[in-house]
Design a protein. Structure first.
Length: 339
């Protein structure tokens, strides 16, 4: 953070803090939020974590989870009042206020000091303080760095360390993605030294499945995964009815898009799913092909070069048709060989 001295001075007195993260939080969003909350509480601040929606069951083990206020489950007055009464709002793991849906306008009009901690590209300029780095692997990594910059690394206990480790582990794909750097391993190592338990965190996130999720995965791989070798592209389309048939819960399709990208020769993988309120798209790519550009240009989304999301208000069939129609535009890039 460029103005770290001013920020440190600002936090020297107790604050009424709200931490907000994006719609359908993943392990990085929730882990960074709960990790930061644990730290700020140790500093004497009154802290509430607010999420726009529910999130996967496999991250509900995180310390502090039981106190999270979920906007979709509350009458709008409660989160609105919490935000109105806050003097400080931390915005974690999203770069634009529209990523927190209806909460975005509450945050925008609030007179509270706003703090952005994020690693997504092209952030909206709304914050008074920013801990932003588009090259960072995760928001949890940036939370760790901020605590360190504030001189408070010694306050990171096992609960905080496990939350932050979970965020780093998942946003690097279990330390497999190209964003896994020496610095990432350094920070992960420090978190382990401070009490994080890699085996426990990995078990909770990667090896805690419902039978319905496993059956959905088998159906997707055997029936729904399509390959377009002429575009080095794989895609999966899931209807609302199919998701209902497998009793799909939030987070059950997490990681499915990566299976397409694991196919030899594939450079782009997309998961398109009907979430009833809208059509959601998850994009993954290899090398220099930017799914961030594709998501921003055509699907009201964005994120990172090799991992982005999008959405449409079109029908599922129209969304698929639109996706297939734009592939010729990217054919040269998709077929280009890289060193």
């Amino acid at each position: 953070m460029q103005n770290i001295s001013a920020f440190k001075e600002y936090l020297n007195r107790p604050r009424k803090v709200i931490i907000v993260t994006h719609f359908k939080p993943d392990a990085d969003a929730l882990g960074s939020s709960l990790g930061l909350a644990g730290y700020l509480k140790k500093k004497g601040h009154q802290v509430t974590v607010v999420t726009p929606s529910d999130y996967p069951d496999f991250i509900t083990w995180m310390p502090g989870n039981k106190d999270v206020v979920i906007f979709q489950r509350e009458k709008p007055q409660k989160p609105k009042q919490l935000i109105a009464e806050a003097d400080t709002i931390f915005c974690l793991d999203f770069s634009s206020l529209n990523r927190i849906n209806d909460l975005g306008e509450f945050v925008r009009v609030s007179t509270a000091k706003k703090v952005l901690i994020d690693h997504h590209l092209e952030p909206e300029q709304f914050a008074d303080f920013e801990q932003w780095d588009g090259t960072a692997a995760s928001t949890a990594e940036l939370v760790f760095q901020l605590i360190d910059e504030l001189g408070d690394k010694s306050l990171i206990d096992q609960d905080i360390a496990n939350c932050l480790y979970a965020g780093i582990m998942t946003d690097t794909g279990g330390f497999r993605h190209s964003n896994t750097t020496y610095k990432v391993f350094q920070i992960a190592g420090e978190l382990v030294a401070l009490g994080a338990n890699p085996s426990k965190v990995s078990k909770q996130i990667y090896d805690t499945n419902s039978i319905e999720r496993l059956r959905l995965m088998g159906y997707v791989l055997s029936q729904k995964l399509k390959v377009l070798p002429e575009y080095r592209t794989a895609y999966i389309v899931l209807t609302a009815e199919e998701l209902k048939n497998f009793s799909s819960q939030t987070g059950d399709t997490e990681g499915f898009v990566n299976y397409g990208l694991s196919i030899k020769g594939i450079k782009l993988s997309v998961l398109i799913s009907d979430r009833r309120e809208n059509i959601k798209l998850s994009f993954r790519s290899l090398g220099n092909f930017s799914v961030n550009d594709m998501a921003r240009k055509y699907f009201d989304g964005g994120g990172h070069r090799n991992a982005s999301g999008g959405q449409t208000k079109l029908s599922l069939e129209q969304t698929l048709e639109k996706f297939l129609s734009i592939l010729p535009e990217y054919k040269e890039q998709l077929l280009a060989e890289e060193n």
